[in-house]
Design a protein around this ligand. Sequence first.
Ligand code: GTP
Ligand code: MG
Length: 453
Amino acid sequence: MAEDKNNLRTPIVCVMGHVDHGKTTLLDQIRGTRIVKGEAGAITQHIGATEVPIDIIVEKCGDKRLADKFIVPGLLFIDTPGHHAFTTLRSRGGSLADLAVVVVDINEGFKPQTIESLNILKRFKTPFIVVTNKIDRIQGWKVHQGESFLSTYKKQTPEVQALFEQKFYDVIGNLYEQGFSADRFDRVTDFQKTLGVIPISGMTGEGIPDVLMILLGLAQRFLESSLHYDINGPGVGTVLEVKEEKGLGTTIDVILYDGTLRKGDTVVIGCLGEPIVTKIRALLKPRELSEIRYESKFQPIPEITAAAGVKISAPDIENALAGAPIISTTPETLNGVIERVKSEIDDVQIQTDVDGVMIKADTIGSLEAMVHEFKKADVQIQKAEVGDVTKRDVMEASTINDPMHSVILAFNVKVNPDAQELLDTTPAVKVFKNDVIYRILDEYQDFVKEQEE
Ligand code: GTP
Ligand code: MG
């Protein structure tokens, strides 16, 4: 987090993947041993993120000589629980993550959210790796705690190795179907051409040294130019989540990716409608586990520098939007910053007079992803906005004559009761509702085909 010798900020690494495939376990493992050794201070727990400094990563890789080779200060890992993947990942027109890890349970293979994760990363052109997790569950696997993959693999019986290869190549096949040329990480010579896949166990730590090593290599290779930042510049971040906290009221969890935020700073936050302008009442970080004497789980800090995760308490932030920008400002720059935040939200939402479908999504990030996928499929969009399906939406859709466009595509949102009532008596309006984007697209495309026949 601190300014390092080269003034490179910590790369942000998003851990994504299907529910229960082991994202949190992998992160627990990465921060784990240090805490066991009683040196938890070295790894910094952020709001929504974990910062692992370079020397610990180097130590875990088991090769001290690496320390001089790497110039990033460490890695900031963000855990993205299931549905929040989109919101947590976006920043203006791009990815909040500098790098990503897609976790796939080797015994279960690809699942809907695995594919969604890959789609997002493809769209953002974020460099990433895939880890096939839970290798310790392969029948007959002998655990070698914390060892590199090749080292533990060599010690398995030929039967276990064969079983592993079969499952592993299923995943490689899945990746191929999604348009990725992929191979086991140790066989990849050019990570720009071929996706590296690392077999691991988040539970036993096998393969974790390889994960850290490859991530560092990618950061070094592809990110150096994008990690320079202005430590004294305005704080720029993305809202991860809007959350009620006992005793604090509404707070927002933010990933800061540029500059510095200070207590008392004026900030502009994206929401639907006019951006929020407010003053930071408190910057909060998680309290160390040892400090149980405190009532609150959080500890106030005077300032925080990118890259970092932080909880912010401030007045009037109830309508802040997950996935929206937050930028600090002086009175002189205020108007410009408001414009910048507003235009970023306006870029994602669509309101036109053309004949087309209506898209509703739960967050600015998921809306952005929806719009992208539907545009790519050449679907005409009349309106795209964040929020539940309302009666007004149904009324608007019912005025469209083309049955292929008299359609509401709803991602991760509710249909309000009065909207549902109207829908029941308005058969002309079709609603496609799902929590997987490409499924909505598939269903819609099937519907269009039916109409054309
Ligand atoms: P969500 O946050 O709900 O999306 O899940 P997640 O991806 O964070 O998965 P999590 O880490 O919570 O793991 C899900 C379950 O799988 C837990 O019961 C873990 O103990 C188990 N698990 C995760 N990784 C491994 C592994 O490498 N080996 C084994 N045997 N179990 C694992
Ligand atoms: Mg989790």
